[in-house]
Design a protein around this ligand. Structure first.
Ligand code: NDP
Length: 459
């Protein structure tokens, strides 16, 4: 996808090679559709690179990069509030450590399986490289569902999870963070258990920590703010700005809340957000303080929003959120939340910019629809890299045993997002796909990792 018809013999040979590697990935990882999708998107973007640089094929970089260095799965037994023994499954994929320690979040959601963790870990390699920081790619999680669980149950589960995970992580080897279902509470319990097991305070082993024990200012806001900084660069390229734009943001979790906050600060009107049950449409603009109270404090459903905002509408089911006309769509909930039909509806209703806060929220078909309809598209691994970038800044502060101010970290985040944008634009141009940020971000992320793998020899 996203690649015009290959014409030169070099491009044709590169496409044939990439197709062959992709077929092998499908055969060796049967049934893992999300992982196949993530690999397909990246491999197709790399065709121009393989056409120009034989050294990557000669060093089997592609064959090696699609194979995780390690995939760990483990049993997570714990006792619920009724005294029953529960058993979940834990995962950590340590995908690629060429440019630094494995880095990537932990997701707690019933849908978590090897395919989801591998797609996220694979994407993370290129995203982390794009940030310009020395971090490799990893990801993990569990099929545990924190929804409806007491604090005590969440603590019991996370302690059991960390007891096993602690064998494989460390400040210089693998540094997990949060993701869906893993926020400040879960990170706090996991850090406490890790510290207890190690008998020492290794602050840099997790990021997203509380501010009283080594967390970084701006980490909570980083993914959402970074998404809006990136989108702002896209807007500027087209001579536009957030001021006066109508924006739809899906989800109402960490990424969504801070994307809404920054978009509103820049003068946009955000008219909708959602959770996994449904969405709210508020033509007057979403009242973010209410969303924060419901989601960050009371852990309630988004439908409660309308009880204090009678002018707003609640709709059961979240997929129709993309029927709301908007100038800018920021999907910030989960993978594959925008399919081909939803993308066509967005286009028919006049969307001009789509930037991804969630990981892989658009299907490959949806991306085709954006690209063929002149929608300027910011793919996840570039647009949502602000979270991991500030995680790396948290690691740096932990190593130096100091803490930067909110303004210092925010300024660094803005610089990083601008650099990611510029590098993606430049790579797209250099490889003949000007304006295509999918191709640009994949190539820019790939080159640094690939060159490092060549330098390290066959390991
Ligand atoms: P949260 O758990 O804080 O919020 C997730 C939001 O998405 C919630 O509103 C949730 O609703 C909704 N959601 C989750 N699963 C589904 C689903 N299957 N269908 C519809 N809605 C769903 O997670 P984050 O905000 O941290 O993460 C959101 C996305 O951003 C993920 O794709 C994540 O990988 C990505 N991301 C996160 C980063 C971070 O720093 N946190 C960094 C980079 C990417 P409900 O409450 O009902 O479950």
């Amino acid at each position: 996808m996203a690649i015009t018809t290959q014409t030169s013999p070099e491009l044709q040979a590169a496409q044939a090679y990439v197709n062959e590697v992709y077929e092998t990935v499908k055969k060796r990882n049967p049934g893992e559709s999300e992982f196949h999708q993530a690999v397909k998107e990246i491999l197709d973007s790399l065709v121009p690179v393989f056409a120009k640089n034989p050294k990557y094929k000669n060093n089997a970089i592609l064959e090696r990069i699609v194979e995780p260095e390690r995939l760990i799965t483990f049993r997570v037994p714990w006792v619920d509030d009724q005294g029953n023994v529960q058993v979940n499954r834990g995962f950590r994929v340590q995908f690629n450590s060429a440019i630094g320690p494995y880095k990537g979040g932990l997701r707690f959601h019933p849908s978590v399986n090897a395919s989801i963790i591998k797609f996220l870990g694979f994407e993370q390699i290129f995203k982390n490289s794009l940030t310009g920081q020395p971090i490799g790619g990893g990801k993990g999680g569990s099929d545990f569902d924190p929804k409806g669980k007491s604090d005590n149950e969440v603590m019991k589960f996370t302690q059991s999870f960390m007891t096993e995970l602690s064998k494989y992580i460390g400040p210089d080897t693998d540094v997990p963070a949060g993701d869906i279902g893993v926020g400040a509470r879960e990170i706090g319990y996991m850090f406490g258990q890790y510290k207890r097991l190690r008998g020492g305070n290794e602050a840099g082993v997790l990021t997203g920590k509380g501010l009283t024990y080594g967390g970084s200012l701006t980490r909570t806001e980083a993914t959402g703010y970074g998404l809006v900084y990136f989108t702002d660069e896209m807007l500027k390229t087209k001579g536009e700005s957030f001021a006066g734009k109508t924006v739809v943001v899906s989800g109402s979790g960490n990424v969504s809340i801070y994307a809404i906050e920054k978009a509103q600060q820049l003068g946009a009107k955000v008219v909708a957000c959602s959770d996994s049950n449904g969405y709210v449409y508020d033509k007057n603009g979403i009242d973010l303080e209410t969303v924060k109270r419901l989601k960050e404090v009371e852990r309630k459903r988004i439908k409660e929003y309308v009880s204090t905002h009678p002018s707003a509408e609640y709709h059961e089911g979240c997929e129709n959120i993309w029927n709301i006309p908007c100038d800018i769509a920021l999907p910030c909930a989960t993978q594959n939340e925008i399919n081909e039909d939803a993308a066509k509806t967005l286009v028919a209703n006049g969307v001009k910019f789509v930037a991804e806060g969630a990981n892989m929220p658009s299907t490959l078909e949806a991306i085709e629809v954006y690209l063929s309809n002149d929608v300027y598209f910011g793919p996840a691994k570039a647009a949502n890299a602000g979270g991991v970038a500030v995680s790396a800044l948290e690691m740096a502060q932990n190593s130096a045993r100091l803490a930067w101010t909110f303004e210092e970290v925010d300024a660094k985040l803005q610089d990083i997002m601008k650099n990611i944008y510029r590098n993606s634009v430049n790579a797209a141009e250099q490889y003949g796909h000007a304006g295509n940020l999918v191709v640009g971000s994949n190539i820019a992320g790939f080159l640094k990792v690939a060159d490092t793998m060549v330098a390290h020899g066959v390991v």
